[in-house]
Ligand binder design. Structure first.
Ligand code: HEC
Ligand code: HEC
Ligand code: HEC
Ligand code: HEC
Length: 140
């Protein structure tokens, strides 16, 4: 095989490889997530739909505003790292040291940001008061 052709082939294949990786990572980040954990003392409320993609693409919320992994008190999670379920660390039944109970972790994360937006007059519809703006009706 001549050298030029070989180089061309290598370039094309590396390109394809990167394209594949790019497509994979894009597909890994869900457009929407339905949050519905089990293991609460009582399941009182219906599932919560989060417009995941909109939150980062349109509302410009950084991944690290929601995803974290702490080392020495600092968030060391960065984009591209694997994402664990919040429930992997936040227990649905009890607070463990500084690590909040699962329900409180979600509420603190979602509502704190929304409440600040409304208070600052940046939004009139970020939900934090009305339960049914986040929670769907519970299936009977
Ligand atoms: C900004 C969105 C948001 C709002 C507003 C909100 N919640 Fe939640 N809440 C969540 C998320 C997300 C979860 C986690 C859901 C899960 O794990 O099933 C959750 C979980 C819960 C849970 C534990 C899981 C369950 O289904 O029992 C309870 C109880 C709850 N919320 C009550 C309320 C009540 C009461 C209100 C209104 C005062 C409210 N929430 C408003 C987002 C919200
Ligand atoms: C507004 C908060 C928020 C933002 C911003 C956000 N995420 Fe998420 N993401 C979540 C929640 C909540 C879940 C569901 C976690 C669970 O079920 O416990 C999730 C789930 C995921 C999952 C799927 C994990 C699985 O178990 O299937 C991936 C991957 C992910 N996020 C990556 C990202 C990346 C990359 C960014 C930034 C480009 C990002 N997220 C921005 C809140 C957010
Ligand atoms: C790898 C384990 C891990 C995962 C996964 C995780 N957390 Fe945490 N989270 C922690 C730890 C540890 C802390 C306590 C950090 C500290 O204060 O030192 C914490 C703290 C928090 C806090 C309190 C921050 C503050 O301002 O006081 C919130 C809110 C929270 N997590 C929400 C979430 C949500 C929502 C998810 C899922 C999208 C999630 N966590 C996933 C380990 C985790
Ligand atoms: C750091 C800020 C931030 C965090 C954290 C955050 N949001 Fe939001 N959220 C926004 C902004 C900005 C809007 C758009 C408000 C507007 O358009 O007025 C929004 C809007 C929404 C809406 C209504 C519009 C839509 O796209 O569905 C829902 C429902 C919602 N968020 C759910 C959640 C849930 C559930 C969580 C926690 C898992 C969460 N948000 C965490 C910033 C945030």
């Amino acid at each position: 095989m001549n050298k030029k052709l070989l180089t061309l082939l290598i370039v094309v294949f590396t390109g394809l490889l990167f394209l594949g990786v790019g497509v994979l990572t894009a597909a890994d980040v869900p457009d929407e997530v339905t949050i519905e954990n089990e293991g609460y003392k009582k399941d009182k409320k219906g599932p919560v739909k989060l417009s995941h993609k909109k939150h980062h693409a349109e509302y410009k919320v950084a991944c690290t505003d929601c995803h974290h992994d702490y080392k020495d008190g600092k968030n060391c999670w960065k984009e591209g790292d694997p994402v664990k379920k919040c429930s992997a660390c936040h227990n649905p039944l009890k607070k463990q040291g500084k690590v909040k109970k699962l329900q409180n972790a979600y509420h603190k994360n979602c509502k704190t940001c929304h409440k600040a937006l409304v208070k600052e007059g940046k939004s009139d519809k970020a939900p934090f008061k009305k339960c049914n703006q986040c929670h769907a009706k519970k299936a009977k």
